[in-house]
Design a protein around this ligand. Structure first.
Ligand SMILES: Cc1ncc(COP(=O)(O)O)c(C=O)c1O
Length: 419
Protein backbone atom coordinates (compact mmCIF):
# COMPACT_ATOMS: atom_id res chain seq x y z
CA UNK A 1 0.00 0.00 0.00
CA UNK A 2 1.27 3.48 -0.83
CA UNK A 3 2.23 5.63 2.16
CA UNK A 4 -0.72 8.00 2.55
CA UNK A 5 1.49 10.75 3.91
CA UNK A 6 3.83 10.57 0.87
CA UNK A 7 0.72 10.90 -1.26
CA UNK A 8 -0.50 13.79 0.88
CA UNK A 9 2.82 15.61 0.46
CA UNK A 10 3.03 14.86 -3.29
CA UNK A 11 -0.51 15.73 -4.20
CA UNK A 12 -1.71 18.27 -1.66
CA UNK A 13 0.86 19.83 0.67
CA UNK A 14 4.02 19.81 -1.46
CA UNK A 15 3.30 23.02 -3.31
CA UNK A 16 0.61 24.47 -1.10
CA UNK A 17 1.77 27.74 0.44
CA UNK A 18 5.07 27.23 -1.38
CA UNK A 19 6.16 30.81 -0.72
CA UNK A 20 5.68 30.35 3.02
CA UNK A 21 7.71 27.12 2.86
CA UNK A 22 10.50 28.99 1.07
CA UNK A 23 10.41 31.81 3.59
CA UNK A 24 10.69 29.25 6.38
CA UNK A 25 13.59 27.45 4.71
CA UNK A 26 15.56 30.49 3.59
CA UNK A 27 14.48 33.42 5.76
CA UNK A 28 16.48 32.20 8.76
CA UNK A 29 14.40 34.07 11.34
CA UNK A 30 11.60 31.54 11.30
CA UNK A 31 10.77 28.45 13.27
CA UNK A 32 13.88 28.87 15.43
CA UNK A 33 14.22 26.84 18.64
CA UNK A 34 14.91 29.07 21.63
CA UNK A 35 17.12 27.37 24.23
CA UNK A 36 17.26 30.12 26.82
CA UNK A 37 15.93 33.63 27.49
CA UNK A 38 17.77 36.44 29.33
CA UNK A 39 15.90 39.73 29.30
CA UNK A 40 15.06 40.33 25.65
CA UNK A 41 17.98 38.20 24.45
CA UNK A 42 17.24 34.67 23.29
CA UNK A 43 19.71 31.86 22.66
CA UNK A 44 19.28 29.99 19.39
CA UNK A 45 21.85 27.20 19.17
CA UNK A 46 24.95 28.86 20.61
CA UNK A 47 24.04 32.33 19.41
CA UNK A 48 22.44 35.08 21.51
CA UNK A 49 20.05 37.26 19.51
CA UNK A 50 18.08 40.33 20.57
CA UNK A 51 14.39 39.76 20.26
CA UNK A 52 12.30 42.37 18.44
CA UNK A 53 9.77 39.81 17.24
CA UNK A 54 7.74 39.18 20.38
CA UNK A 55 4.76 41.39 21.14
CA UNK A 56 5.26 41.30 24.93
CA UNK A 57 4.89 45.07 24.84
CA UNK A 58 4.74 45.60 28.62
CA UNK A 59 7.58 43.22 29.50
CA UNK A 60 5.45 41.26 31.96
CA UNK A 61 6.83 37.89 30.81
CA UNK A 62 10.05 38.61 32.71
CA UNK A 63 8.68 39.90 36.02
CA UNK A 64 9.36 37.84 39.15
CA UNK A 65 6.34 39.35 40.94
CA UNK A 66 4.06 38.13 38.14
CA UNK A 67 5.62 34.65 38.19
CA UNK A 68 5.16 34.49 41.98
CA UNK A 69 1.37 34.68 41.60
CA UNK A 70 1.23 31.36 39.75
CA UNK A 71 2.11 28.84 42.48
CA UNK A 72 -0.65 29.80 44.98
CA UNK A 73 -3.31 29.52 42.25
CA UNK A 74 -1.95 26.15 41.12
CA UNK A 75 -2.32 24.93 44.70
CA UNK A 76 -5.93 26.19 44.73
CA UNK A 77 -7.11 24.99 41.34
CA UNK A 78 -4.54 22.52 40.01
CA UNK A 79 -2.56 23.02 36.82
CA UNK A 80 -5.47 23.07 34.45
CA UNK A 81 -9.24 23.44 34.72
CA UNK A 82 -10.04 20.76 32.16
CA UNK A 83 -13.69 21.63 31.76
CA UNK A 84 -15.10 23.35 28.73
CA UNK A 85 -16.30 26.73 29.96
CA UNK A 86 -19.92 25.73 29.57
CA UNK A 87 -19.37 22.93 32.11
CA UNK A 88 -17.52 24.89 34.82
CA UNK A 89 -14.85 27.55 35.35
CA UNK A 90 -12.59 28.48 38.28
CA UNK A 91 -13.65 31.75 39.91
CA UNK A 92 -10.49 33.35 38.46
CA UNK A 93 -12.41 33.66 35.19
CA UNK A 94 -15.18 35.67 36.84
CA UNK A 95 -12.66 37.97 38.50
CA UNK A 96 -10.81 38.45 35.20
CA UNK A 97 -14.03 39.27 33.35
CA UNK A 98 -15.00 41.84 35.99
CA UNK A 99 -11.58 43.49 35.90
CA UNK A 100 -11.47 43.64 32.10
CA UNK A 101 -14.98 45.07 31.89
CA UNK A 102 -14.14 47.70 34.51
CA UNK A 103 -10.85 48.67 32.83
CA UNK A 104 -12.58 49.12 29.49
CA UNK A 105 -15.75 50.77 30.83
CA UNK A 106 -18.01 47.94 29.64
CA UNK A 107 -20.95 46.24 31.34
CA UNK A 108 -19.48 42.78 30.97
CA UNK A 109 -16.85 40.61 29.32
CA UNK A 110 -16.55 36.99 28.26
CA UNK A 111 -13.14 35.30 28.39
CA UNK A 112 -11.90 32.51 26.09
CA UNK A 113 -8.31 31.32 25.53
CA UNK A 114 -7.49 33.13 22.28
CA UNK A 115 -8.74 35.71 19.83
CA UNK A 116 -8.69 32.99 17.17
CA UNK A 117 -11.18 30.96 19.19
CA UNK A 118 -13.32 34.05 19.66
CA UNK A 119 -13.23 34.89 15.93
CA UNK A 120 -14.26 31.42 14.79
CA UNK A 121 -16.86 31.13 17.57
CA UNK A 122 -18.36 34.60 17.86
CA UNK A 123 -18.55 35.76 14.23
CA UNK A 124 -20.67 32.76 13.11
CA UNK A 125 -22.66 32.97 16.38
CA UNK A 126 -23.94 36.50 15.77
CA UNK A 127 -24.66 36.03 12.06
CA UNK A 128 -26.26 33.27 9.93
CA UNK A 129 -28.81 33.01 7.16
CA UNK A 130 -30.23 36.45 6.34
CA UNK A 131 -27.24 38.28 7.87
CA UNK A 132 -24.33 39.91 6.11
CA UNK A 133 -20.70 40.48 7.08
CA UNK A 134 -18.50 43.28 5.69
CA UNK A 135 -14.86 42.41 6.25
CA UNK A 136 -12.06 44.95 5.82
CA UNK A 137 -9.79 43.53 3.09
CA UNK A 138 -6.79 43.99 5.42
CA UNK A 139 -8.31 42.38 8.49
CA UNK A 140 -6.18 39.70 10.23
CA UNK A 141 -6.39 36.19 8.82
CA UNK A 142 -8.04 34.74 11.94
CA UNK A 143 -10.93 37.13 11.41
CA UNK A 144 -11.17 36.22 7.73
CA UNK A 145 -11.36 32.60 8.84
CA UNK A 146 -14.18 33.43 11.26
CA UNK A 147 -16.02 35.25 8.45
CA UNK A 148 -15.56 32.32 6.02
CA UNK A 149 -16.89 29.91 8.61
CA UNK A 150 -19.94 32.14 9.02
CA UNK A 151 -20.33 32.18 5.22
CA UNK A 152 -20.27 28.36 5.17
CA UNK A 153 -23.11 28.51 7.69
CA UNK A 154 -25.25 30.70 5.42
CA UNK A 155 -24.11 34.28 6.07
CA UNK A 156 -23.50 36.57 3.09
CA UNK A 157 -19.87 37.77 3.10
CA UNK A 158 -18.63 40.93 1.39
CA UNK A 159 -15.23 42.59 1.53
CA UNK A 160 -14.66 46.33 1.57
CA UNK A 161 -11.53 48.24 0.63
CA UNK A 162 -9.46 49.24 3.65
CA UNK A 163 -10.64 52.62 4.97
CA UNK A 164 -12.81 53.23 1.90
CA UNK A 165 -15.79 54.67 3.78
CA UNK A 166 -17.76 55.40 0.60
CA UNK A 167 -17.50 51.75 -0.42
CA UNK A 168 -18.62 50.61 3.05
CA UNK A 169 -21.43 53.19 3.21
CA UNK A 170 -22.87 52.00 -0.13
CA UNK A 171 -22.69 48.36 0.87
CA UNK A 172 -24.25 48.93 4.28
CA UNK A 173 -27.05 51.05 2.77
CA UNK A 174 -27.86 48.31 0.28
CA UNK A 175 -27.94 45.66 3.02
CA UNK A 176 -30.14 47.86 5.20
CA UNK A 177 -32.56 48.37 2.34
CA UNK A 178 -32.75 44.60 1.89
CA UNK A 179 -33.69 44.36 5.57
CA UNK A 180 -30.89 41.93 6.40
CA UNK A 181 -30.73 40.67 9.98
CA UNK A 182 -27.27 41.28 11.52
CA UNK A 183 -25.03 43.61 9.57
CA UNK A 184 -21.56 42.95 10.98
CA UNK A 185 -18.53 45.05 10.04
CA UNK A 186 -15.23 43.34 10.89
CA UNK A 187 -12.01 45.35 11.33
CA UNK A 188 -8.74 45.28 13.25
CA UNK A 189 -8.08 48.02 15.82
CA UNK A 190 -4.41 48.24 14.84
CA UNK A 191 -3.08 46.56 11.69
CA UNK A 192 -0.60 43.91 12.72
CA UNK A 193 1.78 44.41 9.80
CA UNK A 194 2.19 48.19 9.87
CA UNK A 195 0.83 49.50 13.18
CA UNK A 196 -1.68 51.59 11.25
CA UNK A 197 -4.95 52.50 13.01
CA UNK A 198 -7.95 52.43 10.63
CA UNK A 199 -10.48 55.27 10.52
CA UNK A 200 -12.48 53.69 13.34
CA UNK A 201 -14.44 56.86 14.10
CA UNK A 202 -15.69 56.99 10.51
CA UNK A 203 -16.42 53.26 10.39
CA UNK A 204 -18.27 53.41 13.71
CA UNK A 205 -20.37 56.35 12.50
CA UNK A 206 -21.40 54.32 9.43
CA UNK A 207 -22.32 51.35 11.61
CA UNK A 208 -24.50 53.59 13.77
CA UNK A 209 -26.15 55.14 10.68
CA UNK A 210 -26.97 51.73 9.17
CA UNK A 211 -27.77 49.91 12.44
CA UNK A 212 -24.82 47.59 12.05
CA UNK A 213 -22.61 45.94 14.68
CA UNK A 214 -18.90 46.74 14.59
CA UNK A 215 -16.49 43.90 15.46
CA UNK A 216 -13.08 45.31 16.41
CA UNK A 217 -10.10 43.00 16.94
CA UNK A 218 -7.72 45.03 19.13
CA UNK A 219 -5.11 42.30 19.64
CA UNK A 220 -2.30 44.84 19.53
CA UNK A 221 -3.91 48.02 20.83
CA UNK A 222 -5.08 46.60 24.16
CA UNK A 223 -2.44 47.35 26.81
CA UNK A 224 -0.71 49.98 24.67
CA UNK A 225 -3.32 52.55 23.62
CA UNK A 226 -5.76 54.00 26.12
CA UNK A 227 -8.06 56.79 27.19
CA UNK A 228 -7.25 60.51 27.36
CA UNK A 229 -4.23 61.01 25.10
CA UNK A 230 -2.24 64.18 25.83
CA UNK A 231 0.87 65.78 24.35
CA UNK A 232 2.89 64.19 27.12
CA UNK A 233 1.15 60.78 26.87
CA UNK A 234 0.26 60.45 23.15
CA UNK A 235 -0.92 56.84 23.61
CA UNK A 236 -3.24 57.92 26.43
CA UNK A 237 -3.65 56.28 29.80
CA UNK A 238 -4.42 52.87 31.35
CA UNK A 239 -3.96 50.93 28.11
CA UNK A 240 -7.67 50.24 27.81
CA UNK A 241 -7.63 49.92 24.05
CA UNK A 242 -8.00 51.71 20.75
CA UNK A 243 -11.68 52.62 21.21
CA UNK A 244 -11.08 54.32 24.56
CA UNK A 245 -8.09 56.01 22.94
CA UNK A 246 -10.25 57.46 20.16
CA UNK A 247 -13.17 58.22 22.48
CA UNK A 248 -15.52 55.82 20.68
CA UNK A 249 -18.38 54.57 22.88
CA UNK A 250 -18.91 50.82 23.12
CA UNK A 251 -22.56 50.78 22.02
CA UNK A 252 -23.13 48.61 18.95
CA UNK A 253 -19.55 47.35 19.21
CA UNK A 254 -18.17 43.89 19.90
CA UNK A 255 -14.69 44.78 21.15
CA UNK A 256 -12.36 41.78 21.12
CA UNK A 257 -8.84 41.81 22.55
CA UNK A 258 -6.31 39.50 24.13
CA UNK A 259 -3.71 39.29 26.85
CA UNK A 260 -1.22 37.22 24.87
CA UNK A 261 0.59 40.26 23.50
CA UNK A 262 0.87 43.25 25.88
CA UNK A 263 0.16 41.12 28.97
CA UNK A 264 2.29 38.04 28.15
CA UNK A 265 -0.49 35.71 29.20
CA UNK A 266 -2.98 33.46 27.47
CA UNK A 267 -6.52 34.81 27.48
CA UNK A 268 -8.79 36.78 25.19
CA UNK A 269 -12.10 38.50 25.72
CA UNK A 270 -15.08 40.15 24.13
CA UNK A 271 -16.84 43.05 25.83
CA UNK A 272 -20.62 42.89 25.78
CA UNK A 273 -23.75 44.13 27.49
CA UNK A 274 -24.74 41.84 30.39
CA UNK A 275 -28.02 40.91 28.65
CA UNK A 276 -26.07 39.49 25.69
CA UNK A 277 -23.67 37.32 27.69
CA UNK A 278 -25.94 34.31 28.38
CA UNK A 279 -26.90 34.24 24.69
CA UNK A 280 -23.26 34.26 23.63
CA UNK A 281 -22.49 31.42 26.04
CA UNK A 282 -25.08 29.23 24.33
CA UNK A 283 -23.96 30.04 20.79
CA UNK A 284 -20.17 30.31 20.73
CA UNK A 285 -18.85 26.83 19.91
CA UNK A 286 -15.50 27.55 21.56
CA UNK A 287 -17.32 28.42 24.82
CA UNK A 288 -19.45 25.30 24.61
CA UNK A 289 -16.84 22.66 23.78
CA UNK A 290 -13.28 24.03 23.68
CA UNK A 291 -10.65 23.71 26.40
CA UNK A 292 -10.05 26.58 28.83
CA UNK A 293 -7.26 29.00 29.79
CA UNK A 294 -4.68 27.24 32.03
CA UNK A 295 -4.58 28.27 35.70
CA UNK A 296 -1.10 29.81 35.39
CA UNK A 297 -2.28 32.09 32.58
CA UNK A 298 -5.36 33.20 34.54
CA UNK A 299 -3.04 34.08 37.45
CA UNK A 300 -0.56 36.04 35.28
CA UNK A 301 -3.39 37.84 33.48
CA UNK A 302 -4.77 39.07 36.81
CA UNK A 303 -1.31 39.97 38.12
CA UNK A 304 -0.55 41.94 34.95
CA UNK A 305 -3.82 43.87 35.14
CA UNK A 306 -3.17 44.76 38.80
CA UNK A 307 0.35 46.01 38.01
CA UNK A 308 -0.95 47.93 35.01
CA UNK A 309 -3.09 50.10 37.27
CA UNK A 310 0.01 51.12 39.28
CA UNK A 311 2.89 51.14 36.81
CA UNK A 312 1.38 50.81 33.35
CA UNK A 313 1.53 54.44 32.27
CA UNK A 314 5.22 54.61 33.16
CA UNK A 315 5.95 51.54 31.01
CA UNK A 316 4.00 52.99 28.15
CA UNK A 317 5.94 56.25 28.39
CA UNK A 318 9.23 54.32 28.03
CA UNK A 319 7.87 52.20 25.19
CA UNK A 320 6.62 55.30 23.43
CA UNK A 321 10.10 56.85 23.66
CA UNK A 322 11.70 53.71 22.17
CA UNK A 323 9.18 53.58 19.36
CA UNK A 324 9.40 57.26 18.55
CA UNK A 325 13.20 57.02 18.44
CA UNK A 326 13.10 54.01 16.08
CA UNK A 327 10.60 55.63 13.70
CA UNK A 328 12.50 58.95 13.63
CA UNK A 329 15.83 57.18 13.11
CA UNK A 330 14.41 55.08 10.24
CA UNK A 331 13.08 58.24 8.60
CA UNK A 332 16.38 60.09 9.03
CA UNK A 333 18.23 57.20 7.42
CA UNK A 334 15.79 56.84 4.55
CA UNK A 335 14.42 53.47 5.71
CA UNK A 336 10.84 53.37 4.43
CA UNK A 337 8.19 52.67 7.08
CA UNK A 338 4.49 53.37 6.78
CA UNK A 339 3.85 53.57 10.51
CA UNK A 340 1.68 56.70 10.72
CA UNK A 341 0.31 56.03 14.20
CA UNK A 342 3.50 55.88 16.28
CA UNK A 343 2.45 52.38 17.43
CA UNK A 344 5.25 49.96 18.51
CA UNK A 345 4.98 47.92 15.32
CA UNK A 346 7.72 49.43 13.20
CA UNK A 347 8.13 47.78 9.83
CA UNK A 348 11.04 48.52 7.53
CA UNK A 349 9.73 48.15 4.00
CA UNK A 350 12.00 46.07 1.74
CA UNK A 351 9.54 44.98 -0.98
CA UNK A 352 9.72 41.53 -2.53
CA UNK A 353 9.65 38.12 -0.89
CA UNK A 354 13.28 37.66 -1.93
CA UNK A 355 14.25 40.88 -0.18
CA UNK A 356 12.47 39.71 2.98
CA UNK A 357 14.24 36.33 2.91
CA UNK A 358 17.65 37.92 2.39
CA UNK A 359 16.86 40.56 5.02
CA UNK A 360 16.17 37.75 7.50
CA UNK A 361 19.56 36.18 6.78
CA UNK A 362 21.38 39.49 7.21
CA UNK A 363 19.60 40.35 10.44
CA UNK A 364 20.30 36.89 11.86
CA UNK A 365 24.00 37.56 11.25
CA UNK A 366 23.57 40.95 12.91
CA UNK A 367 22.07 39.24 15.97
CA UNK A 368 18.63 40.82 15.65
CA UNK A 369 15.35 38.89 15.58
CA UNK A 370 12.44 40.56 13.77
CA UNK A 371 9.26 39.19 12.21
CA UNK A 372 9.65 38.52 8.49
CA UNK A 373 6.54 39.43 6.56
CA UNK A 374 6.76 38.66 2.87
CA UNK A 375 4.31 37.54 0.21
CA UNK A 376 1.84 35.78 0.66
CA UNK A 377 1.52 37.01 4.25
CA UNK A 378 1.36 40.53 2.78
CA UNK A 379 0.79 41.76 -0.83
CA UNK A 380 3.66 41.01 -3.29
CA UNK A 381 5.51 44.33 -3.08
CA UNK A 382 4.75 45.07 0.57
CA UNK A 383 7.33 42.81 2.26
CA UNK A 384 8.67 44.17 5.55
CA UNK A 385 11.07 43.41 8.38
CA UNK A 386 8.79 44.05 11.35
CA UNK A 387 10.19 45.12 14.72
CA UNK A 388 8.04 45.21 17.84
CA UNK A 389 9.97 46.88 20.66
CA UNK A 390 8.91 46.19 24.23
CA UNK A 391 9.50 47.98 27.50
CA UNK A 392 11.92 45.18 28.45
CA UNK A 393 14.34 46.16 25.67
CA UNK A 394 17.29 48.34 26.64
CA UNK A 395 18.54 51.58 25.05
CA UNK A 396 21.54 49.69 23.65
CA UNK A 397 19.31 47.06 22.08
CA UNK A 398 17.19 49.74 20.44
CA UNK A 399 20.33 51.39 18.97
CA UNK A 400 21.54 47.99 17.79
CA UNK A 401 18.22 47.40 15.99
CA UNK A 402 18.43 50.75 14.18
CA UNK A 403 22.04 50.24 13.08
CA UNK A 404 21.43 46.62 12.03
CA UNK A 405 18.31 47.43 9.99
CA UNK A 406 20.12 50.37 8.40
CA UNK A 407 23.05 48.15 7.29
CA UNK A 408 20.62 45.46 6.13
CA UNK A 409 18.54 47.81 3.98
CA UNK A 410 21.72 49.30 2.47
CA UNK A 411 22.95 45.81 1.56
CA UNK A 412 19.57 44.91 0.04
CA UNK A 413 19.74 48.05 -2.09
CA UNK A 414 23.31 47.31 -3.15
CA UNK A 415 22.26 43.80 -4.13
CA UNK A 416 19.35 45.21 -6.13
CA UNK A 417 16.71 43.46 -4.03
CA UNK A 418 15.20 46.63 -2.58
CA UNK A 419 14.65 49.66 -4.85
C1 LIG B 1 -4.79 41.33 14.78
C2 LIG B 1 -4.60 39.96 15.36
N1 LIG B 1 -5.69 39.23 15.70
C3 LIG B 1 -5.57 38.01 16.22
C4 LIG B 1 -4.34 37.42 16.43
C5 LIG B 1 -4.28 36.05 17.02
O1 LIG B 1 -4.50 36.15 18.40
P1 LIG B 1 -4.57 34.87 19.32
O2 LIG B 1 -3.18 34.35 19.44
O3 LIG B 1 -5.11 35.37 20.64
O4 LIG B 1 -5.48 33.90 18.67
C6 LIG B 1 -3.20 38.13 16.11
C7 LIG B 1 -1.89 37.52 16.34
O5 LIG B 1 -0.88 37.78 15.80
C8 LIG B 1 -3.32 39.43 15.57
O6 LIG B 1 -2.23 40.14 15.21
Amino acid sequence: MADVFDKLIDEVLGDKNREVQELLERGRLYDCVVQEVKGRKVRIGDRWITDFASCNYLGLDLRADVMATIAPELRRFGTHPSWARLAASPVLYETLEEKLARLCGAEDALVLPTITLIAIGLIPAVTGKGSVIFADKLVHKVNHDGCRLARDMGTELQGFRHDDLNDLDRKLADAQERKTKTRLVVVDGVLSTTGRVPDLRGIHALCTKHEAILYVDDAHGFGVLGEGPTAEMPWGHRGNGVLAHLGIPLDNILYVAGLSKAYSSLAAFVLCPTKLKPKLKCNITSYIVSGPVPTAALATALAGLALNEIEGDRWRRTLHQYTHHIIQSYRKRGIATDNDSGFPIVSAWVGSKEAVERGGQLLYDEGVYVTLQGYPLVPRDKGVLRATPTVANTDDEVEHLIEAVDRTVKTLRREGLTP
